[in-house]
Design a protein. Structure first.
Length: 227
């Protein structure tokens, strides 16, 4: 059973999420503060976190950074902050998706399904290890290692995007295909997601993110991994 940690200080939202998630077979734990969220995640690690940014003690972005210091658990932000800068800050900190309040439960459930799908990607062992610049990517072990031996942490969504590109070296992968394969068939027009995640991957894997040599944009069409 998938365990979801809900972090929100609005009792009505917590109650609605607990009812709707449990009836669909999820195990739900709810806390109201960032401090409690970090403690709960450390003591009994969840499979997924649904996190409000406007918490009473710690800003949600700091909670994301705290979690990303030691875990790859998927994080879906659920927030009343609709500004693009808030979304970018949350995604840059390591969130996997962002849902703006008020929201429909069906939309949230679709995003939960999309994020959890990224955790169960089959891997062909014969092509599991590739080089991206100064990094070795092991798709089977889901690790990225710099030439100096240090590890590079990727979120499940970053992994999903990177793996789709590395599975097709030298070939154009369309925006529609990436959205379908990583986020799911419900996502066809969210090309802003791709731009944000490609920017994150370039910052982590390219020597010069402004002039990428390996993770290439084909304007208006899609993306390409150049070995």
């Amino acid at each position: 059973m998938t365990r979801i940690l809900v972090v929100d200080d609005e009792p009505q939202i917590v109650r609605a999420l607990r009812i709707n998630l449990r009836v669909r077979g999820y195990d739900v734990q709810a806390v109201a503060t960032g401090t409690a969220a970090l403690k709960a995640a450390a003591s009994d690690p969840p499979d997924l976190v649904v996190l409000d940014l406007g918490l009473p003690d710690i800003d949600g972005v700091e909670v994301i950074r705290g979690l990303r210091g030691w875990t790859h658990v998927p994080i879906i932000v659920l927030s009343g902050r609709a500004g693009s800068q808030d979304k970018v800050a949350a995604l840059d900190a390591g969130a996997d998706d962002y849902v703006t309040k008020p929201f429909g439960i069906d939309e949230l459930l679709a995003r939960i399904r999309a994020v959890t799908r990224r955790l169960h990607v089959s891997v062909d062992a014969t092509t599991a290890t590739l080089r991206v610049g100064r990094h070795t990517v092991d798709l089977a072990a889901r690790t990225v290692t710099r030439d100096d031996g240090t590890d590079v942490r990727l979120t499940p969504t970053q992994w999903g995007v990177l793996e789709q590109l590395l599975r097709h070296p030298g070939k154009l992968v369309s925006q529609r295909q990436l959205l379908h394969d990583v986020w799911g068939p419900e996502y066809q027009n969210e090309t802003n997601y791709l731009r944000q995640y490609m920017a994150q991957l370039r910052r982590k894997l390219e020597d010069d993110p402004a002039r990428p040599r390996h993770l290439i944009t084909e304007p208006g069409m899609g993306y390409r991994f150049r070995p």
